[in-house]
Design a protein around this ligand. Sequence first.
Ligand code: KIV
Length: 318
Amino acid sequence: MQGTRVAYPRRWWRPSCPRHDRSAGDDRLGRHPRRPVHRQEHPVSTESTPGTAGPAKIRLRHLQLAKQQGRPFSMLTAYDQFSAQAFEAAGVEVLLVGDSVGTTVLGHTSTTSTTHQDMLTFTGAVARSVTRPLVVADLAFGTYESGPAEALRHGVELVRAGAEAVKLEGGAEITAQVRALVDAGIPVLGHLGFTPQSVNSLSGHRIQGRDEASARKLREDALALQAAGASAIVLELVPAAVAAEVTAALDVPTIGIGAGPRCDGQVLVWQDMAGLSGFRGKFVKAFADLRGQLEQAAREYRAEVGERAYPGPEHSFD
Ligand code: KIV
């Protein structure tokens, strides 16, 4: 085999779809050569909104329009090329490169261990792999709490890596950071309710906003984030009625995770959604059994290797 050129199927190194063929077209269009050109915006289709067929690039204004029209949109976490492309093909409107990459990919037990460098790496991977969904990246724990300058510095780096908006956790106490980012042209998503980066001070994964005082605080924080320029707000582990009330009180969309059906959009960690993580929180629905399928595939692979059934002649070179 030495010296023989192996003809891998194209998809192993470059998706066969011409829109992802980075060897052609990009330079002629004057685009960044590493960024796949998927579809160009169309004067009409730019007005397409989530949930409709059409080639539009999803922008924040489409999420705003979806809220106004009462049409829910979906967001999934994404951290790598093939899963991001699968979600794009499925029409998922927003991909969140969440700091949950630390707990779903990197083996940490808390998102507080996810670093800014992790976020840059995985944001780049997702942003280079898709074109239609809006790509949102989390500001990692420790990169924005100390003030607007730090938030801006790290936000700029995430945008340079390919993020089209950034998300940060917290309420009224981080509005200066939100303003600094928005003033610099970086769209911001807020994150209220259970905020995983504060898991230690919140004493674990607990529903937030259950009593009147904390529900009022959640509403006030949401309004403060909106006033500071946030384009959308994630609500995590919040009673459905409270989330519905906050959603009605805001002009900007809410995106719920464990926050009931009345939010304007929904988000899940993709490995939970697809049954890979095995996490079965009450708010999670596993739409597939990827864990089972993957285990079964690996079991069959191992058995066939053990029996010398694989590789067969059809997988071998003359
Ligand atoms: O990092 C993440 O996955 C998130 C979602 C839980 C919203 O922030």
